[in-house]
Design a binder for this molecule. Structure first.
Ligand code: NAD
Length: 353
């Protein structure tokens, strides 16, 4: 298959591009606008592969996308391009409405026009895979309840509301126009190449440099963490084997409170790279004023994708986190230039997204 990946220079999109080129026979066209969150250096290992092409462009530019689809004759679209940081959506929701809602609408329309003129066999095999988040479901109490694909949408933040809107648009293109749309909703991702404003890389890098480690509220909010390469494998299964009109929840069965995540990072860093003064990094933890509308708990029931598509997360939180920390220790060339730039409108990186 030839797959158009939108947002392929971002955290998850770049993991998807690397997985598709490294581990499958598919070809990839990566369409990315290169916002502040993008990093082409995350694609260095595949950039010269003849099955990979990068194109700079905006999903919201329908004519541009239409030309690209006609030129590339893709078999599927994996749509990951988005504004993705909750704190930024609180400080300035406009970009989230524009990219996540209007941009997705323009992309759906370009895809529909392209899909409609395909010959019948290719039209049936075509897939539009909309990649989304579990945050569309709102939050859960601190018990053992889980989000299933039937949980009603109840988003809390401008980010999750914009993703919820885009999920509804994508599914409407299936119900109304019968375009073969598949949807996936995933829990918090972590792993290599994660932009340093998000909780896990922020804490690793602040901890490495002996700086304060900000934690919202009392750190009680619970997230279900998934290693990004496990997500990339799940997405490749959904786009190739998922049933049109169906959604798939993806999660790692790895629930941790934010405080537990930060403490584990502190202890791992102390073991792998102790501070020169020997201070335990837990001493650096700073509890700061909670994020407005902060969801208490997210947790995913992933049994549909496990049972129907045979997917399983390979990493536990402990194995994935150790790999991630070692990756940041070994790759200052990737993160140092990003950390040195000032991120506009930064509140602080907690939760995911
Ligand atoms: P990211 O912010 O790291 O990357 C987003 C990418 O999209 C960037 O490369 C950016 O340049 C690109 N982009 C933004 N606007 C664009 C536009 N108008 N046209 C073309 N490209 C544009 O995001 P991520 O964390 O990799 O998330 C990818 C997707 O997965 C998003 O849709 C997000 O909602 C979803 N998701 C993320 C998580 C998570 O934990 N990070 C979890 C579940 C779902």
């Amino acid at each position: 298959m030839k797959i158009l990946v939108t947002g392929g220079a971002g955290f998850i999109g770049s993991a998807v591009c690397r997985h598709l080129i490294r581990d499958t026979d598919h070809s990839v066209v990566n369409l990315d606008k290169l916002t502040y969150a993008a990093s082409l250096s995350s694609l260095a290992e595949i950039e010269n592969d003849r099955r990979y092409r990068f194109v700079k462009g905006d999903i919201g530019d329908r004519a541009f996308v239409a030309d690209l689809l006609a030129e590339e004759q893709v078999d599927a679209i994996m749509h990951l391009a988005a504004e993705s940081h909750v704190d930024r959506s609180i400080d300035g929701p406009g970009d989230f409405i524009q990219t996540n809602i209007v941009g997705t609408y323009e992309l759906l329309e370009a895809a529909r026009a392209y899909w409609m003129q395909l010959p019948a066999d290719r039209r049936e095999a075509f897939r539009f895979h909309h990649v989304s988040t579990d945050e569309v479901y709102g939050d859960l109490p601190l018990d053992d309840s889980l989000f299933t694909e039937d949980t009603p949408y109840a988003p809390s933040s401008p980010y999750s509301a914009s993703k919820a809107a885009s999920d509804h648009l994508a599914m409407a293109w299936f119900h109304t126009y019968h375009m073969p749309v598949v949807l996936s909703n995933c829990s918090n991702n972590y792993g290599p190449y994660h932009f340093p404003e998000k909780l896990i890389p922020l804490v690793i890098l602040n901890g490495l440099e002996g700086q304060r480690l900000p934690v919202y509220g009392r750190g009680e909010n619970v997230r279900d963490w998934l290693y990004v390469d496990d997500h990339a494998r799940a997405l490749a299964l959904v786009v190739t084997r998922g049933e049109p009109g169906r959604s798939y929840n993806i999660g790692g069965r790895n629930e941790r409170s934010n405080l537990a995540v930060v403490e584990t990072i502190c202890d791992t860093l102390d073991r792998l790279s102790p501070l020169p003064n020997g201070e335990p990094r837990r001493e650096l933890i700073d509890f700061v004023t909670d994020r407005p509308g902060h969801d208490l708990r997210y947790a995913i029931d992933a049994s549909r994708i496990e049972n129907e598509l045979g997917w399983r997360a390979e990493e536990t939180f402990e194995t994935g986190l150790e790999k991630t920390i070692r990756w940041y220790l070994d790759h200052p060339d990737w993160w140092r230039p990003i950390r040195q730039k000032r991120y506009a409108g930064q509140r602080l990186g907690t939760a995911k997204a």
